[in-house]
Each structure stands twice: as C-alpha cells, then as structure tokens.
Design a protein around this ligand. Structure first.
Ligand SMILES: [Fe+2]
Ligand SMILES: [Fe+2]
Length: 483
C-alpha cells in the first residue's frame, strides 16, 4: 500500500507510510513492539490497563475528521506511524541550503546531528508517561481520567513516531537508540531521561495540568521548529504530532482554568474577598490563587530551561544546516539565512540584567523561547479572564525569565519573580513565597481524593463546559476494571 491519507490497519502497526512495502522497517518495528508493550505495562498508567477508556484513535491524517472515538483498553490502543501528507515541491526553507529540494533521505554529513535531534525529542515522549503514571488513582473525575489517558497514549504514539525515523533512516545506530528510548527512566539516578523537566515528579493533578500547559507547550515549540526541517520525513512527522499536541495543551489550560473557577466560585459563595486569606480559602476544599501562582512559577521556570542556553553554537548549526528552523519560519519576512542579522538577548552584564544584540544565528534558542513566552502569556490572560468574571481581585503573572533557572545566562544567580537580583540569603528567606513549599504540596495532596462517580467532580475543580466528543455530563468516560 503506497502513502495515503488513510491509515492502513491491516498491519500490526497502523500507518500511512506504506509499511507493507517496506519489509525491512516493518520487521524492525515488529521486533521493537514487544519491548514497547513491556515498557507500557510496567511504566504506563498504573492500575487501569484493563479498563475501557473512551479514546480517540487517528484513522486518517486529514485535519477534518482524523479521529475516531471508542472504548479501548489502553494496551490495545493502535499506536501507529502517521505522517502529514507529502508536498512534492517542498523545499529547504532556510539556512545555507535554502531553495534546494527538501531531503527525502538523511544527508550524510548531518546524520549524527539529525539523529541527536530525533533522540532528544523521542526521549521526552515516554518520560511524561512515566511521570504521570500514578495519577489515574486520584483522578478528580472520569472526564479528567480519560483526558490523562488520552495524553498518555498519544505520547506513546509520539515515541513510535520518532522510533520510526530512527529505524527507517539511521540503520544500526538507529536501532540502538530506539532500544535506549525504552531503557531510560524518568527520575532514575542511573539512567535518567535526557532533559531536566522530564525527570521531575508530577505528584498531583495540578502539577499535571501545569505540566501539560507549560511543558507540553515547550514540546509544541520544538515540534514547530522541527516541522520546518529540510529533512522532509521529520517535518511531516512533526506536523501530524502537532495536531495531537493541541489537545494536550487544551487539557492543561482548561484544567487550570477549571481549578481557578472552582476556587473563585467557592470564595464568592463563602463571602471571602481577600485571595490571600489562604487558610480560609483552603478550608473550602479548593486551591488558593497564590498557590496556583507558585505552581505556575515552578513549571514555567522548569520549562524555560528546556530551550537550552540563550547563546548556542549548536542551535546556529541546526539552523544553518536546514535541520531545525524558527517558529513559523516561512511566515517570517527576512532572508532566512541571517548571516548579518542580530537578535536581542537578555543577559547578565556586571550584575545587571540587560538586553544585548547578539548574532541572530547563535540566538536561535532565545528567539524560540521568546515565542514560547508570548504563547504562554496568551493562556495566562485567558486564566485571568476566568478570575475577572467572578470579580475576585487577583491576577496571575508569569515570572521574569531569570527566576529559578538552572540553564543558561541566569543559572548562577538568584532572581525574584519580578527580576530583581538577590543574595542567597534573600532568596532563601523568600523562596517559599514564590515556589510551592512542602506545606503547599501537602495541602494539594490532601485534596487528591479520587472522584470516579459518573458526572461528579472533586471539590477543587469545576466541570467542563462541553464533554469530549460532545458527550453529556454524566458520560462514563472510563469503565473502571482495576487490574
Ligand atoms: Fe508528545
Ligand atoms: Fe504532549
């Protein structure tokens, strides 16, 4: 079967890349499959592998109607290889190869670099499943539980997407890397996942929502820039992944939004005007807004670290070689080579934070991070609208990019959320006002009681406006059989 927009389900591995005609890759993937299932059973959602979950599965790559909804046991989910349609006239759109035909094979001289990009992206996908594996047990509703599992199976599929590239285009090294992706473990001291934020714990549902809002959005930005790649199979893979990623960010944004809604509604009902009257708010069984701010501070700063150093010669090379572009590269009005262009970078200069023009090529990470911050801010403003509507006087705000950083320009300094540089003692004295404290974590944990009755929601979160696939409020999104 040749490449098509419909997905071939006749093979064990659903695909639209003509796997039946590509026996070498089909065999390689079939050999990898048992190890993947083994990983899913041991590291995937714990306790729900025999439950029936109302999930969407991709049946086509057509943007309208690619998904089919049905009850599925997660280990039987049809993880497949789905690439956006090929455009025959597609070109390399930036860097020194600009104007050449897009590559259908890996250019030999860029092989190692390209493999690294694919492996780094691939490593994040199973990592988040590992981080979220215990959350089903404390789900605040069946609706939320279903959304968690949808995100999880799709992150699994994203792993498949990267493994397909490794198996098809990178020979023996590719096979070894595909194995490695199943062997590293989030948070493991000996064989951790490759990036920091993917080794942090996701201990509760608020963390999960913040993670899908902030960290999956980093994923979106990385996929957007890889979707620009001159290596066409990578571009097409990432374009399809982005359509799934949008749902992950929806889960995060609405999850936090509904948490805010429950908090403000309870405050109003109880006549609490002061959002900083934390004890009174917490007694209502909802999460106070200052604690939501601290969680946002934490997840935003951890996600900023994922963009790497502001100034990076690797990032310049990725761009020059046509492997990784800028966010919405083809919509930017410039020469797409940037040999003499500059870009403003916030840096530490003589103990002060200043904006300094740097060569645009080496500032690629900074630029992508700036685009990310703009995108985050839009979501934060939508949260503020939720608060405003209730009349509660409080605004959420993203902290300064120098706050709580472990990578890049600000890794060796302490800064407040509004960007004031601090001594270690000043930081230590105020840290718990800016980042979740042990007590905050304990309080949130105390609210994490399962709420699995149809149509019911835990006290700390409001119900969604509309159901998944337009289902009614009391729809049984997960039929729980605990195994
Ligand atoms: Fe993903
Ligand atoms: Fe995601």
């Amino acid at each position: 079967m040749p490449e098509t927009s419909n997905v071939d389900y006749s093979t064990k591995i659903p695909n639209n890349v003509g796997l039946l005609d590509d026996q070498r890759v089909l065999k390689a993937l079939e050999q990898w499959h048992p190890g993947y299932i083994d990983w899913w059973m041991t590291m995937g959602p714990e306790g729900f592998q025999t439950s029936d979950v109302y999930l969407r599965t991709a049946v086509s790559i057509d943007p309208k109607g690619w998904a089919k909804f049905d009850y599925v046991k997660m280990p039987e989910y049809r993880w497949g290889i789905l690439l956006a349609p090929r455009q025959d006239d597609r070109q390399v759109n930036f860097g020194t190869h600009k104007g050449e035909k897009a590559w259908q094979e890996v250019p030999g001289e860029y092989r190692a670099m390209l493999r690294r990009l694919v492996v780094i992206q691939g490593d994040t996908e199973p990592a988040s499943v590992e981080q979220q594996r215990f959350l089903g047990k404390t789900a605040p509703s069946l609706y939320d539980m279903r959304n968690l599992f949808q995100v999880n199976v799709e992150e699994g599929r994203h792993l498949w997407a990267m493994v397909y590239l490794l198996q098809k285009y990178f020979g023996k090294d590719g096979r070894e890397e595909a194995e490695g992706l199943l062997q590293r473990r989030s948070g493991d001291a000996d064989k951790p996942r490759m990036l920091g934020a993917f080794n942090e714990a996701t201990p509760d549902w608020l963390s999960f929502f913040m993670f899908t809002f902030f960290t999956d959005r980093d994923g979106k930005m990385q996929l957007e820039s890889l979707a620009q790649s001159g290596f066409d199979p990578l571009s097409r893979t990432c374009r399809f992944m982005l359509t799934e990623e949008a749902h992950h960010m929806f889960v995060g944004e609405t999850g936090v939004g509904r948490t805010i809604e429950a908090t403000c509604a309870s405050m109003k009902a109880a006549g609490i005007e002061d959002p900083y009257d934390i004890n009174a708010v917490r007694k209502l069984g909802v999460i106070d807004l200052p604690t939501l701010q601290k969680k946002a501070n934490l997840h935003f700063s951890l996600s900023l670290d994922l963009f790497g150093s502001e100034i990076s010669s690797n990032a310049a090379t990725y761009y020059n070689t046509g492997l990784k572009g800028r966010f919405q590269e083809t919509r930017i009005d410039d020469d797409h080579q940037l040999s003499n262009a500059v870009y403003p970078v916030s840096k530490l200069v003589d103990g002060q934070i200043k904006s300094i023009d740097e060569p645009a090529l080496t500032a690629m990470n900074m630029r992508l991070r700036d685009d990310y911050v703009v995108d985050c801010n839009k979501g934060v403003e939508r949260w503020n609208k939720v608060i405003e509507k209730t009349g509660v006087k409080f605004r959420l705000k993203l902290p300064h990019v120098g706050f709580h950083r472990h990578i890049g320009e600000f890794q060796n300094v302490k800064a407040s959320p509004d960007g004031q540089l601090l001594t270690d003692a000043q930081w230590a004295a105020q840290r718990d006002q800016w980042l979740p404290s042990k007590a905050d974590g304990d309080f949130i944990a105390s609210l994490m009681q399962p709420c699995w009755e149809r149509g019911k929601f835990a006290s700390w979160i409001s119900s969604p406006k509309i159901g998944i696939d337009n289902k009614p409020g009391d729809f049984e999104y997960v039929k729980i059989h605990q195994g």
